[in-house]
Design a protein around this ligand. Sequence first.
Ligand SMILES: Cc1cc2nc3c(=O)[nH]c(=O)nc-3n(C[C@H](O)[C@H](O)[C@H](O)COP(=O)(O)OP(=O)(O)OC[C@H]3O[C@@H](n4cnc5c(N)ncnc54)[C@H](O)[C@@H]3O)c2cc1C
Length: 476
Amino acid sequence: MSKTAVDVCVVGAGPAGLSAAYVLSQSHVSTAVLEASSQVGGISRTVVRDGFRFDIGGHRFFTKDDEIDRFFRDLLGDEIIWVNRTSRIFYRGKYFDYPLKPANALFGMGIGTTAKCLLDYGSLKVKNIFRQPEIISLEDWVSNEFGHELFKLFFKNYTEKVWGIDCSRICAEWAAQRIKGLSLRVAVKEALFPSKNGKVKTLIDKFMYPRLGIGRISERLAEDVVALGNEVRTGSRVVAVNHEKGVVTSVDVEAPQGRYTLPLKSLCSSMPLTELVLAMKPEAPAEVTRAARSLRYRDLITVNLMVDKPRVTDDTWIYIHDPTITLGRIHEPRNWSPEMAPPGKSSLVVEYFCFQDREIWNMSDQTLIDLTIKELDRRLGFLKQDQVSDAFVIRVPKAYPMYELGYEEPLRKVVDYVGSFSNLETVGRYGTYKYNNMDHSIKTGILAARNLLGEAQHNVFDVNRAREYHEEKVLP
Ligand SMILES: Cc1cc2nc3c(=O)[nH]c(=O)nc-3n(C[C@H](O)[C@H](O)[C@H](O)COP(=O)(O)OP(=O)(O)OC[C@H]3O[C@@H](n4cnc5c(N)ncnc54)[C@H](O)[C@@H]3O)c2cc1C
């Protein structure tokens, strides 16, 4: 493995790091991408097993940014297919359409409950005429947009399943980003009188997807980076970032061949911002490391089942709100693209949201698989044990940066500290500690590359901050 100095070292071969490397490679800048895992794609990789293809939870591509839209279409060309979105919520033993359809919700919840929700929403709107409520937490925000009854029915259980903390401890900012443009009034209006152009992002019902899985984005980028003469080194974990007088000078890398130091002129990092700070040599000031340690993430497990059945569900996603069922979300890859499973067979990806120090993360793979099949069989009725031909588990540490109340101040300290290095750019979902989708992650990579090329001075932390960027799903 070459230890020769590079102009730019990129840490992480997910969409953000590889987009940066791609732009740099097009400008003939010597670049090495170091990726800890054995394959590219990061959290949006596609894992291939026995002819089945599994994403790490269903990943659809969507963007409002014309440049990123073109980037995606140019990169994947005729690999792109359009997928109809049909998603449902499972709650109280029934399925509800997602996004909400009034008739379905009315008959599903019962007229009494629906009337209560509408009355509650109406009285809230009247109260708001006289006194604007204080919006601090996610609970405040959603209750204000949808009414407290609907919050308790449709948001609280699932959101707390995803985050593992009470909705009153999650920042309102998170909900405002994800649910922008949607309120009960808009949802009902959109369902009754669908608009052609004015559709809010949350209600979008078709999306683009690479027919061989979402990991194709990163695979294609890596292919181009290599074709342009640069390197993507998998199995190479950056364990220390060496610096002197405000300049990053090299990184220490653990690779299959052993540990080595790679000198560099600039560093573009998509590794988690908090881990970057803790990898600094000499160490970051104590208050910065303390701040980095206080920022938390939610972790994710996917249980991937190969099924001897041509199809299990009709859905893109199924959100399991029911708090008595442990699993959080299901998707059937074949419903995204028929090429995700061999002919006549199908598969399911089942997501569990958890913390690394809790029971579920530490269960054995077999216990997790057994739990999954039990819930799918006895609680949801999707399949029987003998229809599952094989299964495996993927553990994803740090899947969601957590917007807990009070996270802003420690994050500011960390961001200020990394911003003090003259040749360091941080990119991507984890490099900016933001709930970024792939389009945002790609955008940060492209902007950072332009900064490194000296073409611009973008602040990548502004991506997914501007109003028009905000995404979209009501449920995480
Ligand atoms: C369950 C789930 C569903 C999602 N669904 C969607 C969706 O539908 N649509 C959408 O647009 N987005 C979705 N996302 C978000 C999407 O996954 C991310 O925006 C995107 O993958 C982030 O790309 P990235 O390059 O910033 O980070 P990553 O994909 O995480 O890549 C970072 C890479 O850095 C590597 N790395 C970390 N530390 C080191 C180190 N020390 N040394 C070397 N390498 C290191 C990691 O191994 C990883 O490969 C979803 C996310 C989750 C968790």
